[in-house]
Design a protein around this ligand. Structure first.
Ligand SMILES: [Zn+2]
Length: 631
């Protein structure tokens, strides 16, 4: 195994003995707790959301929850007792939708652009990354999650060139987009002053671009054959999947090592090995935020599953659970290809709650940020953007064709269905087909336990779509990504208009209608910090303007926490084993520097500090992360 650098600040500390107290001699040795956390506010997230004083852990499970006195009955000579001093304990969090493979690599070796609100701040982040990595000439500098809607002006390659003349820069948009500096164009063989090197798309859009695509251009004075000419040329920013494909990726330049040179061998980066190492670093990152389990909705024909399996074999998961990896990401494959695929490499429900292959993912449409969600009413400002009414892009407009695909996955192979649906049309089509197939399954086996979901589920346009009613009646789950409301607020506002934006992700309406909702980040599209997700759930504020969109649709911190704990466990059929702190369940828990969970309702801005207020994370009764010098 190759050595790889783990930054010192991410190293897990060995579990050090905390406060040792005297034992109660009456406790029989076989009942003695390994751990007792006492004197705090233990948020159980049980049915009544009761708050206890103490919790005992034994052999990886919750042995007792209750008053300090009750729990102390399990104290023995070897019990490690933590005096919480009024601090808060919650169940380990679950991120129910995260494309996890690149996280560990990204947080350690790439720039986070989520908090940049101007082009200048993007440039500052790249400069900071260059310093942090001590980048040498030729090293790639990579950043993630820009969004042109958030800035007065989108960053240009000429701004980036000033701080990175010798480093190729590649900045990934939140979703479907990329921005590069001039060196990347040079590496592609394009020179500003030499028209013979210009690709066909340099001055004019290629004919195959869709609604969502945009190549940013700006007028520049160029010297061509000794003549000064002003021409509108690419600024380096591209939006949309087709436009983005015009730019070469780091890995496509031989010998450069691509963006992966910082892990593995510089000369020969091994993508599989890089992913395995990234999974390890990513697990440490999530545990440090209080997340003890994740759902990865993309196995990409088994690739993710092979990476996770390797990480498990080498004991690199660090105590993070992956109770479901969805297979598929089916677009418009023919049925024979789908059958081959499902038959050839997959076994549904393989594994256990540490790593399990379960469920399959389909796409019904695009997104609201790229104006490709499938809507019943056009996107706003269509005159300016597309010049004609734009109701988005269905992946499979034909119900019959989509139904045939669902039937193969659900009926022939017995997989749960999880479908990316952003617009109301996508939601309605998917729910209609789910209902039909569910009816058929339940006609044969009335007790069938089907936990199918709509992923994103942004725009139920009630009362017209009546989709909430049907979701509740059929037990169809909404897997939401609350961070979008905050981080992508400006894009949603521009593309949907204020009224529709206020109705997106209607957290309160979902709960009131009886629809089960859970929360996931959809990283790398948005921040993986679950506490920002809770900020969005409880405030519905947009990052760009600080305004609240849809105040009636906020939920309290109790419901917000449920979406990240017990409701997530329900999605993966684990609610009897995980998701709340109750006797008999696994000991996945988090200690917070916080005097009671309701402090987060009184002062929601505290949620931005929570990533630094996670003091200890335990899974299966083992300390997986501990903040230095706290206990
Ligand atoms: Zn996703």
């Amino acid at each position: 195994m190759k050595a790889f650098p783990v930054p010192a600040f991410r190293l897990l500390l060995a579990a050090t003995p905390l406060i040792l107290s005297s034992c109660s001699p009456e406790t029989p040795p076989d009942a003695q707790a390994d751990w007792i956390l006492t004197g705090g506010q233990v948020v159980t997230v049980d049915e009544d959301f009761s708050i206890a004083e103490a919790v005992a852990v034994r052999k990886g499970r919750i042995a007792s929850v209750g008053s300090a006195r009750e729990v102390s009955a399990l104290q023995g000579p070897a019990t490690r007792v933590v005096d919480l001093q009024g601090r808060t304990v919650i169940p380990g969090l679950q991120d129910s939708h995260i494309h996890f493979l690149s996280l560990g690599h990204d947080v350690n070796y790439e720039a986070e652009l989520t908090f940049a609100m101007t082009a200048e701040e993007i440039v500052e982040e790249i400069l900071a990354l260059k310093d942090r990595l001590d980048a040498q000439p030729g090293d790639w500098l990579i950043g993630n999650r820009w969004d042109q809607y958030k800035y007065p002006e989108m960053v240009t390659r000429w701004q980036l060139d000033e701080v990175t003349p010798e480093n190729p820069v590649m900045l990934n948009r939140v979703y479907r987009g990329v921005a590069v500096n001039s060196l990347v164009f040079e590496m592609m063989g394009i020179r500003d002053n030499d028209p013979s090197t210009w690709p066909s798309w340099w001055l004019e859009d290629p004919p195959d671009l869709t609604f969502e695509d945009k190549i940013f251009r700006e007028p520049r004075m160029l010297t061509i054959d000794g003549q000064r000419r002003e021409l509108s040329i690419p600024t380096g920013a591209f939006v949309g999947s087709r436009a983005s494909r015009l730019v070469a990726r780091p890995g496509s330049f031989p010998g450069s090592g691509g963006g992966a040179r910082l892990v593995g061998s510089p000369d020969e980066p091994d993508p599989f090995e890089i992913d395995v190492q990234s999974v390890h670093l990513g697990a440490l990152e999530m545990l440090s935020l209080g997340v003890t389990s994740i759902v990865d909705p993309s196995s990409r024909f088994g690739h993710n599953m092979r990476v996770y399996q390797e990480a498990v074999n080498r004991d690199l998961m660090a105590g993070l659970r992956i109770p479901a990896v969805y297979e598929g990401t089916f677009f418009n494959e023919g049925l024979p290809e789908m059958r081959d695929h499902l038959d050839g490499i997959m076994v549904n429900n393989l594994g256990d709650s540490w790593l399990r292959w379960r469920g399959t993912k389909f796409y019904a449409d695009g997104g609201a940020g790229t104006r490709s969600a499938w809507l019943s009413e056009s996107f706003s400002n269509w005159e300016e953007f597309e010049g004609e009414l734009n109701r988005g892009i269905p992946v499979e407009a034909s119900n019959d064709a989509r139904e045939a695909q669902f039937r193969v996955a659900a009926l022939e192979f017995g997989w749960d269905l999880h479908t990316h649906t952003c617009g109301d049309m996508a939601m309605r089509q998917t729910v209609d087909l789910y209902m039909e197939i569910m009816n058929e399954i339940r006609a044969g086996s009335p007790e069938a336990d089907l936990r199918w979901s709509l992923i994103h589920a942004y725009l139920p346009m009630e009362p017209e779509t009546r989709v909430l009613e049907d979701m509740a009646a059929y037990g169809i789950i909404a897997s939401l990504n609350p961070v979008f409301h905050w981080q992508e607020g400006s894009a949603f506002l521009a593309n949907l208009g204020p009224e529709r934006f206020a109705r997106t992700k209607p957290f309160r309406s979902y709960i009131d209608a009886g629809v089960m909702i859970n929360s996931g980040s959809d990283y790398p599209v948005t921040s993986h910090d679950p506490w920002i997700g809770m900020y969005a759930l409880t405030t519905r504020k947009s990052q760009a303007d600080g305004e609240v969109y849809g105040p009636d649709e906020t939920i309290g911190i109790e419901d917000a926490l449920r979406t990240y704990t017990i409701n997530g466990a329900f999605l993966t059929y684990d609610e009897d084993d995980r998701g709340s702190l109750e006797a008999g369940k696994v000991a996945d828990l988090v200690v917070l520097e916080l005097e009671g969970i309701h402090r987060l309702e009184e002062d929601p801005e505290l949620l931005f500090e929570m990533k630094d207020r996670v003091l200890l994370t335990m899974s299966d009764g083992i300390v997986r992360y501990e903040k230095e010098g706290v206990f």
